[in-house]
Design a protein around this ligand. Structure first.
Ligand code: PEP
Ligand code: MG
Length: 562
């Protein structure tokens, strides 16, 4: 048995399972030329890969039509002839011949006028990747072979990996890299999955199929536990389940303090699945719809109709407000079908509103879809990463253009749709009084705000001890935003992870935050705390906390032991 303590925990809860070590496919670039005698062998290798791909895709196509299209592509005679020709005449090995043929196909598809055909390029990439994996004996789907209950262990997970996790088997995950407010951690919370990130050396300590206990609440991992320890943790899981059951009683009760102050408790979501889950927790609305997951979980930029379908369903599902944040891609969020230039500092680079303002058609497609969905519910629009009034004016101008178009086309939308912005950059704090006159609401994004105010990368494990939203600079900034919002009679919410931090509830309540938006899985815990607090007392405590000069003093005022 081996016990490991982890400083930084992400998503709460305890999980037990066999270790499943995630190996991402490591494909080699092979450019070998071959002799004449090797030609039949290389053709045979390619044909065998095609047969296996057809079998795999045939099964997958039964449940997802995208794979039906992939199956057609694998069978395509032009692809086959292209590869075989390069093996025969070009004396290339199967991998090199496939690589070159796929590049030719990609070039043709990417240069097509028709948007639909252009988008098929990502299918070619996927199909040739599958064939290449088969040629090199590497798993195309790294999650294949998973059975029973497992704890996923990986060097790192990207947000798209997390979206693809198979929750019938995965009960929790541990990564060697990453920070607690990286998007992967946020997604884990959304899924209600216990997660520990940035666990040094975990990959060298654990072997495939080892029994693992992970306690993401206490921050500990136990490898190959003895029977009595295993029993203790099974009991703890049972206690956890009972507490969740007790919390469920709060579902339909309001988020009101002992002395009658009501706040909004909303959920952060990435799609319809999350909304359905959030509804089970009795949320007041959606404080943050991370629309980028709709883009990431796709093989092309989603069209207006595709987006409308999702936003409309979201609006119809929610009885309260639904705040759709426009595309916040870049930083640690990539798109498989769009090539981003490599940047030295992606979080300070081409992301969020910067991309939208440059890819105007992509932006307009999204805004039109959101506007159209506003005819079906209380939809609000929110712009991410704003640093200047110019950016806000430009974004609003594009929005006005879309409204005009819809009007001319006689398409219905809510003319009084609310437009807000994320407060997550130092510049937006310093200009907050000016911004407050230009928008209908603010939502404080403490994940980015903390990283930008403190110059501490939110995903860097080495400096994760410096990443702290209880830093007085962050706390005073939050207070300034709330005050500026209220002086201009606009609502101030928070959708960064801090809003769901149990230790921060009293402070944020006392500062006057109107709306707390968080991963649905922590919503009832926060409600339980809120309902036990007195607003008058919280106000006094918040006032004192805002005068403190160090995080330790703030902890002391709040009675937090660290
Ligand atoms: C934030 O920065 O706090 C936020 C909510 O946005 P994201 O985590 O998606 O960057
Ligand atoms: Mg952000």
């Amino acid at each position: 048995m081996l016990a490991i303590n982890v400083e930084r925990t992400t998503s709460r809860g305890i999980a037990i399972g066999r270790a499943f070590l995630l190996e991402k496919p490591q494909l080699k670039k092979v450019f070998d030329t071959i002799s004449e005698q090797e030609i039949p062998t290389q053709i045979k290798r390619y044909e065998e890969a095609v047969t296996c791909a057809e079998l795999e895709l045939g099964k997958l196509a039964e449940t997802n039509e995208i794979f039906g299209a992939h199956l057609e592509m694998v069978k395509d005679i032009a692809l086959y002839q292209g590869v075989v020709e390069k093996i025969r005449a070009g004396r290339q090995c199967a991998e090199a011949a496939l690589d070159a043929t796929a590049a030719e196909f990609l070039f043709i598809f990417e240069s097509m006028e028709d948007e639909y055909m252009r988008e098929r390029a990502s299918d070619i990439r996927d199909v040739s990747h599958r064939l290449m994996c088969l040629l090199q004996g590497v798993k195309h789907n790294p999650f294949e072979g998973m059975t029973g209950e497992v704890i996923l262990i990986a060097r790192d997970l990207t947000p798209s990996d997390t979206v693809a996790l198979d929750l019938t088997h995965i009960k929790g995950f541990i990564t060697q890299e990453g920070g607690i407010t990286s998007h992967v951690s946020i997604l884990a919370k959304g899924l209600g999955l216990p997660a520990l990130v940035g666990v040094e050396e975990i990959l060298s300590m654990v072997k495939q199929d080892d029994m693992v206990i992970m306690d993401a609440h206490a921050g500990s991992i136990i490898l190959q536990p003895e029977e009595d320890i295993l029993k203790q943790y099974h009991d703890k899981i049972e206690e956890q389940r009972k507490h969740q059951e007790a919390l469920a009683q709060l579902k339909s009760l309001p988020a009101v303090t002992r002395d009658g102050k009501t706040v909004q408790l909303c959920a952060n979501v990435g799609g319809i699945k999350d909304i359905k889950k959030a509804l089970e927790y009795g949320m007041d609305g959606i404080g943050l719809f991370r629309s980028e997951f709709l883009y990431m979980d796709n093989s092309h930029f989603p069209t207006e109709e595709e987006q409308l379908l999702v936003y409309k369903e979201a609006a119809q599902l929610c009885s309260g407000e639904i705040t759709i944040r426009t595309l916040d891609i870049g930083g640690d969020k990539a798109l498989s079908y769009y090539e981003f230039e490599v940047e030295e500092n992606p979080f300070l680079g081409w992301r969020a509103i910067r991309i939208s303002l440059e890819l105007k058609e992509v932006f307009k497609t999204q805004l039109r879809a959101i506007l159209r969905a506003s005819a079906y519910g209380e939809v609000r629009i929110m712009f991410p990463m704003i640093i200047s009034l110019e950016e806000l004016y430009d974004a609003k101008e594009v929005l006005e253009e879309c409204k005009k178009e819809l009007q001319q086309e006689n398409i219905d939308y809510n003319k009084a749709i609310e437009v807000g912005m994320m407060i997550e950059t130092p510049a937006s704090i310093l200009l907050v009084e000016d911004f407050a006159r230009e928008v209908d609401f603010f939502s404080i994004g403490t994940n980015d705000l903390t990283q930008y105010l403190l110059a501490v990368d939110r995903g860097n494990k080495k400096i994760s001890h410096l990443y702290n939203s209880f830093h007085p600079a962050v706390i005073r900034s939050i207070k300034r935003v709330i005050d500026a919002g209220h002086q201009n009679s606009i609502k101030v919410g928070m959708c960064g992870e801090f809003a769901g931090d149990e230790n921060a509830v009293k402070l944020l309540l006392g500062m006057g935050l109107d709306e707390f938006s968080m991963s649905a899985s922590v919503l009832l815990n926060v409600k339980e705390i809120l309902r036990s607090l007195s607003y008058e007392e919280a106000k006094e405590i918040a006032e004192r906390a805002c005068q403190m000069q160090t995080s330790s003093q703030i902890y002391a005022v709040l009675g937090i032991h660290r």
